[in-house]
Design a protein. Structure first.
Length: 110
């Protein structure tokens, strides 16, 4: 697999829907201090109207401590809306971070 010369540094989020009708946020880039609020606001928009929101992180290759804190805060916020935020297709680098911080069991469902 060749590396992409224009490595994406910003976060982009596209909306999709699973076969079951569950909203999916397809995230690409990095989740960090500069763009963590984008992730939070996108989830917030969906969490008030849905019981489950999936965040596809296959295109997110880096999360800094601010991004991780924002993901956790967003998860808690969604819970207060009676919505489960579940991370799916987590990039191996981000999965390592979640394992290291013991947050993998929180985000990746049961």
């Amino acid at each position: 697999m060749s590396s992409n010369p224009t490595l994406q540094r910003n976060l982009t989020i596209d909306h999709s829907v699973s076969d079951e009708g569950t909203p999916i946020l397809v995230c690409r880039g990095r989740i960090n201090l500069e763009n963590a609020n984008l992730f939070r606001s996108e989830v917030k928009t969906l969490s008030s109207q849905n019981k489950l929101v999936l965040a596809d992180l296959s295109g997110v290759d880096a999360v800094d401590s601010s991004g991780l804190g924002s993901i956790l805060g967003t998860y808690i916020s969604a819970k207060s809306d009676n919505c489960e935020l579940r991370l799916v297709n987590v990039h191996p680098r981000v999965k390592d971070l979640l394992n290291l911080t013991h947050l993998n069991s929180v985000f990746e469902g049961h």
